[in-house]
Design a protein around this ligand. Sequence first.
Ligand SMILES: Cc1cc2nc3c(=O)[nH]c(=O)nc-3n(C[C@H](O)[C@H](O)[C@H](O)COP(=O)(O)OP(=O)(O)OC[C@H]3O[C@@H](n4cnc5c(N)ncnc54)[C@H](O)[C@@H]3O)c2cc1C
Length: 368
Amino acid sequence: MNPNHADIVIIGGGIIGCAIAYQLSKRQVDVILIEKAARVGTEASWAGAGILTSHASTHDPYPMLCRESLALYPSLSEELKSETDIDIEFIRSGTLSVYFDETEAAGLIGLAERRVNRGFSAEVLTSKQARELEPAISEAIAGAVLFPEDGHVRNPKMVTALANGAAKYGTKFVLGNPVTGFVRENGKVVATIVNGNMIYADTFVIAAGCWTGNLTALLDKQMSVLPVKGQIVLLETIPPLFQRTIDGLGIYIVPRTDGKILLGATVEYVGYDKTTTVDGVKQMIDAAVLISPELTESAFVQTWSGLRPYYKKGPCLGYLPGHENVIMATGHFKNGILLAPITGKLIAELITSGETSISLSPFTPVCD
Ligand SMILES: Cc1cc2nc3c(=O)[nH]c(=O)nc-3n(C[C@H](O)[C@H](O)[C@H](O)COP(=O)(O)OP(=O)(O)OC[C@H]3O[C@@H](n4cnc5c(N)ncnc54)[C@H](O)[C@@H]3O)c2cc1C
């Protein structure tokens, strides 16, 4: 194989780029993945909380895409375990959404009823029933709704597993330098430029998260994929306090299998700033302690933040307008971990057969 040529070049080694590389290389496609950091999965795909929400309230394209992706998790986690020996810690633990007053109750119970009417599952619980499931929840809650299909995954392990799996099937990784340009011949993109070198391919996939706009600008297309900061707080309790993800007061509490508890997340439109702030951390701890007063005794472990890729029309999947061999796979915002399996599958189908098992038309890239 020519080290400077592949069938497909993928730009961006987050969970989306790695999922596409894995699916393509499993189908014997020759892939080079270029990542500007020294390792894959150091940005949003590392920072994310790993909640897999079933989004089961309508049959619209976006919730359908989320559900199709969640349905791929059980077999994918088994497959990655056998291919790479990495346990991505997928569990279908459910989410317990708690409410404190009548306004919150109306919203959540209404959502549960709509879900059930459409054939999906949700269970409205009294405060007592909720506390029987999760005894560490405050007596002050007025009730809760259980969404039993929701799951959780350890996303940093998943990125590593996808990258290792892709490498096993032949993907080559070019790490440590960004793509800074494209070479075009007769208007068609033929190569990327990385550290002064050209890497040629037939097709290019841009999976660069919230940096996507920098790359499309190099192709004379403006596409706003904005960074949206999310801060996370990590705590530890021994013994573990919760079995399920708890959601309420604008935050979520995620019990990890290693006994740590993750609180998340702020939603901040502050550009490419990844500072963790007293205000952000305080907001999450204040809400978490109202939901579970026992958390005041927990050990404070660390905070971090990451930048979600926000695209106003939802995930952006398909050909970049005006470019017959440049595919976009970005803009997954708050659900990129959830959507990675289906994104990998659909983009691999698009490249290998020109058709996809789920229509990508609702997610067609549109320039600004
Ligand atoms: C705090 C927080 C909590 C979250 N919680 C959840 C959750 O519970 N569930 C869920 O499903 N999702 C969650 N998300 C969202 C999810 O993490 C993202 O949607 C997902 O990680 C996006 O993946 P990505 O591969 O598109 O982007 P990224 O992970 O950002 O990867 C993009 C990669 O492209 C690389 N890159 C950029 N420019 C270039 C270039 N010019 N050349 C080469 N490489 C380049 C970057 O270095 C980066 O590694 C959360 C996000 C945050 C921040």
